[in-house]
Ligand binder design. Structure first.
Ligand code: AMP
Ligand code: MG
Length: 487
């Protein structure tokens, strides 16, 4: 097969050298394809089957750097767990460049491609386990309609890397219009290099927010738009029960996309205090805390942009929209989840009592909303599948009757409501144990389950009778699973 000629540009490389280090990826020894996303491949005009070809795979994972790509690792800083951490940077990520797509240029970034000047104590590698998790969740979130970076492929190697045990290494190819983070701005603010700060802000505005150039204060407008997108993003996470796990400012995308999948999790037995990251002992990034952490992170960005914005009041105004943007979005999303077309007095109480009921019964979050679509508004005759999720049945019955009354108040039509609810309440999510099963098989060189799971998660809202088991409650052993920052 002819060498892959991808029409790379590298717009980030047009920034001054202080923003990055040009370097070559360290080849992944004897790589093999673990999984590829057909829809991500199509986005960049790549035939998904092409990755089965070793030369193409070598080109796409940086073992043989494509012509015109100008590989680089970017510098950034950040707040980790609320504490200023100083310089971080792409410790194991290498940007290959950007490719034209119907949706505008998309960057290809390798994660796990070897040491960089920003690797600090790390080895520059990623393990197969976390690479499969990032790959599957990126594509699952995309299919759920939640802003996210994409993942094109995972390639594995038998090369060992040391974590808590010895694991094998892998490279994920990620895709996004840009991987610029809040921490990319914090970096220049804390170094008091306003020139670079302005260069970066102008680059981001020019390329990703061109409409903001016309604003009186484009930097305040940028802060406001990023704050709004972040609030909307976190609302999406809350509505689907996604927990990021490491909401440090270096993991916050300037585009408001979900970025850096590590110890993430989806809510199963509902507990608003749930902490998905074993390393996060204080629960800073628990489910309940995510909305306020999103705002906190916007403040960190606001502080970094302050020298450009000029007036504290303007920055403050941009940040103040977070609460209302979040409240409006989550309210819309929750109304849709309940199949309610109208906003009515008393809805707040209905939602609060629902969350109270989920909390005391630890009902499965995903199954609850999915089965709620099947509830009949005329009486409890169809309640059983949903009711089964609750230990306190009388409490459930009471809430269900209130919900039924609310449905009747807007003359809801059951069949229509179920159709709408099935398009917003997924049946299939990436439960930790599902990922774990796929990972363990992949560690034994059987990659079929990763592919199968991807197929299931690409259609999260569809009934897939042949895949019913992927929608089931987690098995008992799943409660023993722990995910941590080690990846
Ligand atoms: P993360 O928690 O994955 O967002 O990583 C935080 C910082 O540590 C980033 O600068 C990463 O690039 C870096 N990092 C994480 N793991 C590694 C590794 N294995 N080798 C080098 N750098 C790493
Ligand atoms: Mg990160």
């Amino acid at each position: 097969m002819a060498a892959l000629a991808l029409p790379f540009e590298n717009s980030f490389a047009s920034l001054p050298p202080a923003f990055y280090t040009r370097l070559m990826p360290t080849p992944l020894p004897s790589p093999y394809l673990v999984a590829a996303s057909p829809s991500a491949a199509k986005l960049i005009g790549l035939d998904p089957a092409a990755l089965d070809d070793p030369d193409t795979l070598a080109a796409i994972i940086g073992n043989r750097v494509p012509e015109r790509s100008k590989p680089l690792s970017a510098v950034y800083s950040g707040h980790q767990f609320g504490v200023w951490a100083g310089q971080l940077g792409d410790g194991r990520a290498i940007l290959l460049g950007d490719l034209p797509t119907a949706q505008g240029p998309v960057e290809l970034q390798l994660k796990g491609a070897g040491l960089t000047p920003y690797s600090r104590m790390g080895d520059g590698r990623a393990v197969l386990r976390s690479s499969i998790r990032e790959f599957l969740c990126s594509e699952a979130m995309h299919a759920l309609g939640i802003p996210t970076t994409r993942a094109l492929s995972v390639a594995g190697s038998d090369q060992g890397v040391v974590r808590e045990t010895i694991e094998t290494s892998a490279v994920v190819v990620r895709m996004a219009p840009t991987f610029v983070r809040f921490g990319s701005f914090e970096h220049w603010f804390y170094k008091r290099q306003e020139g670079e700060l302005k260069t970066l802000a102008d680059y981001v505005i020019e390329r990703f927010y061109p409409a903001l150039r016309e604003e009186d204060n484009p930097y305040a407008a940028l802060l406001e738009e990023v704050t709004r997108r972040t609030a909307h993003l976190v609302a999406h996470w809350q509505a689907v029960g996604f927990m990021h796990g490491v909401l440090n400012t270096d993991n916050m995308s300037i585009l408001g996309q979900t970025l850096d999948y590590g110890p993430f999790g989806f809510m199963e037995a509902f507990d608003s205090g749930h902490i998905c990251n074993h390393t996060d002992q204080g629960g800073r990034y628990s489910y309940a805390n995510q909305p306020q952490i999103g705002h906190w992170n916007c403040y960190a960005l606001g502080q970094a942009l302050l020298p450009l914005i000029g007036e504290v009041e303007l920055a403050q105004e941009s940040l103040d929209i977070y609460q209302s943007a979040f409240a409006t979005k989550i309210d819309d999303l929750l109304h849709a989840k309940l199949g309610l077309r109208e906003q009515r007095d008393g809805d707040r109480e209905l939602l609060d009592s629902m969350f109270g009921l989920l909390q005391t019964n630890h009902a499965d979050f995903t199954l609850f909303f999915r089965r709620l679509g099947g509830l009949r508004s005329d009486g409890p005759s169809g309640d059983e599948p949903l009711r089964d999720l609750f230990i306190d049945r009388p409490a459930f019955d009471a809430w269900a009757n209130t919900y039924r009354e609310r449905l009747r108040a807007e003359a809801s039509v059951d069949i229509e409501r179920k159709l709408a609810m099935d398009q917003t309440n997924p049946k299939y999510i990436l439960r930790n144990y599902l990922a774990q099963v796929a990972i363990e098989k992949a560690q034994n060189k059987d990659f079929s389950e990763v592919a199968r799971l991807l197929q299931v998660l690409e259609r999260p809202f569809d009934e897939q009778p042949e895949n019913e088991r992927y929608a089931a409650l987690p098995p008992d052993w799943a409660s023993e699973l722990e995910v941590s920052c080690s990846s």
